[in-house]
Each structure stands twice: as structure tokens, then as C-alpha cells.
Design a protein around this ligand. Structure first.
Ligand SMILES: Nc1ncnc2c1ncn2[C@@H]1O[C@H](COP(=O)(O)OP(=O)(O)OP(=O)(O)O)[C@@H](O)[C@H]1O
Ligand SMILES: [Mg+2]
Length: 357
């Protein structure tokens, strides 16, 4: 349906000037490539510049400096209608008085396409979105999820090269959000349209993305697959932002070509070399709560929290003066440790990930 299009952001910066004349650097020199057909999520805490970056892509904001390539065209200074983008908004932005059919057809009518072509394209999208039965309803006669599907249909029908989403599911309840997320992913794969999706929901980002872009204070911290971001975060911020992370300290006491040996309070773990730290250096590393070996002999420490969560059992333990999280998957028929009792465990060396300086 769409030609797959590459998107490139080059040295993109946006500085807002407030009415008090203060300067706010909302986006700080970002460089990013979205390969044709790729689904990318911009993820980061509130105020980190996600929406501003997306609005620059859509043409609702003009960059202070930098370039935006959609295909091989620099669109940084073009108005939204001159760009090959369509946007899905958080609040659906449907016309309340128009039925589903006319809401979806609206963009094509503005383009003054022949009536027959409009009918065919709306029909095709209604089928794709399984929304034929809703065509005559107005937005107030539909659930939030159904309205969001119309809003997605309205963007898809434009057959633009790039689809932009700004937290489109945040008004929906948790279950519907997961359903819609799978739906969006399925349709995006089917249509093959390059997509950029803004969210601050990490699970959503994991469930949707080919690549996740982690932002902080307007700058990109890391770009990678969900797996790389979760298992190999480059720094403490990324580690803490995605999932739960324990950050511990160790010392590099031996080095091979691909591995290093870490001394963690007297226990030696050989793990993958991920940074250019040198022998004798103290480093920080990350280990996820699920990456401890419960019952292992390396550590034996008191439990300060012990909670049964169904799929796993959550512990907090006091280790080297700090509190760390440990979780045991599938607690069925396993003995659990109560608060005040001691938990024995080791660390899985393959799951130790050394962080950058
Ligand atoms: N028009 C504006 N004038 C001045 N500052 C602005 C303007 N729009 C955004 N900002 C500031 O730019 C920064 C980035 O805002 P942005 O809306 O891009 O964040 P966000 O990552 O989308 O956050 P959220 O998750 O809360 O939606 C914030 O500090 C915000 O206050
Ligand atoms: Mg935002």
C-alpha cells in the first residue's frame, strides 16, 4: 500500500523561548535513523522532549537547528500538509458530528479525490480494521478503543510514508491498551509503513518496537532493540528506566579477550566485557531481579520484604548496606523465605552487565 520510506533526523535541536524570555532546550542535537518499514518508539520520562521531536517530524514545530529527511527530501521547514506524514493523536481528534465513514474519508475529500476512489479506499481500510459494522456510527456511539481504531484508520487511509503516534493509547484501560497495541503492530506490519511512536509506557515500547529510543533531557541515551535496551543498557539511567534494575559495584581483577572477572565483595564472576574499563578499576554493573540464582551459595542475607505475586515471588534483601530486589519465577511448590529469615543466592554471571563509566 505505502512505499516504505526512510526517515532521518540530523543534529535536530529545538529551543523554545517562554513568555518570560527563558530558553528551554526541549530537543538537544538528536541524530536518528528510522529504516524503511521500521517501528520505532521514543521512550523517556515526562518532559524529555518526545512530543517536541514528533511534532517537528509532523511539521507542527519548526526546528531551531538541524535537518529532517523523509525519503531524500529535507522537510524541516515545510508545513505539515507538504510532508509525507500522518499522525494519530492521544485524544482521537475525531469529528463528533460525522459518522465513522465520513471521519475516515475526510482527508481524501480535502484532497478532492474522485468519489469512486474515496469509496474504494475507505472500504479497504474499513475491511483492514474490521470496522465495517461501525461505518454509520458517530464517535459518541463507540467505546474509546473503537474510536482510537477510527483515528488509526483515518491516518492509514492517507497512505503516507510515515505514521506518527503520540501516546495514542493512554486514555484506554490496561486490558484494551494491550489489545490495541497488538492491533497496531499487526496492521503496521501488514501495511509496512515506517512508524514513530511516542510513549512513556515501557511495556508498550517493548511490545511494539523494532527499536526503542531512550531519551533524557532532550538527548538520546540509547537506541536499540527491546532486548538490547533491557539486557544491555549503556548506563544507569537506561537500566533504571526499563524494568527493574539492581546497580552494584565490583572490581575488575582479570581480563581475557571477551570477558572480565569481577570481584563482587569477595566472590569472583566472569562476565562479558562490554566496556573499555581497565584492570583494577572499580565499575558499576547491573543485574535484573530475575537474574539471581535462588539457593546459590555465594550470598546469604536477611530478607526485608517477601511478597507472593503469582507468577513470581518478590524479595528485597539487604546487601552491602543497600536494599536490592530479587525475584523468583514460578514459585509453585517452592519454599519461600519470610521477612527476617535469610535468603541464599548467587548471581548468574551471564546476566551481569557492566555499565559505561
Ligand atoms: N511551547 C513551549 N514553550 C516552552 N517550553 C515548551 C513548549 N513545549 C514544550 N516545552 C518544554 O519542552 C520540554 C519537552 O516537552 P515535551 O512536550 O516534548 O515532553 P514529553 O517528553 O512529550 O513529555 P510528556 O511525557 O509529559 O508528554 C519540556 O521541558 C516542556 O516544558
Ligand atoms: Mg508528550
Amino acid at each position: 500500500m505505502n512505499n516504505k520510506i526512510k526517515v532521518e533526523l540530523k543534529n535536530l535541536t529545538k529551543i523554545f523561548v517562554t513568555n518570560k524570555n527563558d530558553q528551554v532546550k526541549a530537543v538537544d542535537n538528536i541524530n536518528l535513523t528510522i529504516e524503511p518499514g521500521e517501528f520505532i518508539c521514543l521512550l523517556g520520562p515526562s518532559g524529555c522532549g518526545k512530543t517536541t521531536a514528533l511534532r517537528m517530524l509532523a511539521g507542527f514545530e519548526i526546528p531551531t537547528t538541524g535537518e529532517i529527511f523523509i525519503g531524500d527530501k529535507n522537510v524541516a521547514n515545510l508545513t505539515p500538509d507538504k510532508r509525507d506524514t500522518a499522525m494519530v493523536f492521544q485524544n482521537y481528534a475525531l469529528f463528533p458530528h460525522m459518522n465513522v465513514y465520513n471521519n475516515i474519508a475526510y482527508g481524501l475529500k480535502i484532497q478532492k479525490l474522485p468519489k469512486k476512489e474515496i469509496e474504494e479506499r475507505v472500504e479497504k481500510i474499513l475491511n483492514l480494521m474490521k470496522m465495517k459494522d461501525f461505518a454509520d456510527r458517530v464517535p459518541s456511539e463507540m467505546s474509546g478503543g473503537q474510536q482510537q481504531r477510527v483515528s488509526l484508520a483515518r491516518a492509514l487511509i492517507m497512505e503516507s510514508g510515515v505514521l506518527l503516534f503520540d501516546e495514542p493509547l493512554s486514555n484506554l484501560d490496561a486490558k484494551l491498551r494491550i489489545h490495541m497495541r497488538d492491533e497496531i503492530r499487526k496492521i503496521q506490519k501488514q501495511v509496512g509503513i515506517s512508524s514513530i511512536y511516542v510513549t512513556h509506557d515501557q511495556e508498550e515500547a517493548m511490545g511494539l518496537s523494532d527499536k526503542i529510543v531512550i531519551m533524557k533531557d532532550g538527548a538520546i541515551q540509547q537506541v536499540g532493540s527491546p532486548r538490547a535496551i533491557y539486557q544491555k543498557p549503556v548506563n544507569e539511567f537506561v537500566a533504571q528506566f526499563i524494568g527493574r534494575a539492581n546497580i552494584l559495584e565490583g572490581k575488575i581483577v582479570a581480563e581475557k579477550e571477551k570477558t572480565v572477572s569481577l570481584d563482587v565483595h569477595g566472590i569472583i564472576y566472569e562476565t562479558e566485557k562490554t566496556t573499555d574499563h581497565s584492570l583494577g578499576q572499580n565499575i558499576k554493573f547491573m543485574i535484573r531481579p530475575e537474574s539471581f540464582i535462588i539457593g546459590g551459595k555465594d550470598f546469604k542475607v536477611p530478607v526485608t520484604k517477601s511478597i507472593f505475586m503469582g507468577s513470581h515471588h518478590e524479595y528485597e534483601v539487604k546487601l552491602f548496606g543497600n536494599i536490592y530486589e530479587i525475584s523468583e519465577n514460578n514459585p509453585m511448590r517452592k519454599k519461600t523465605v519470610k521477612v527476617g529469615e535469610e535468603l541464599s543466592f548467587s548471581m548468574d554471571p551471564n546476566s551481569i552487565h557492566i555499565l559505561e563509566k
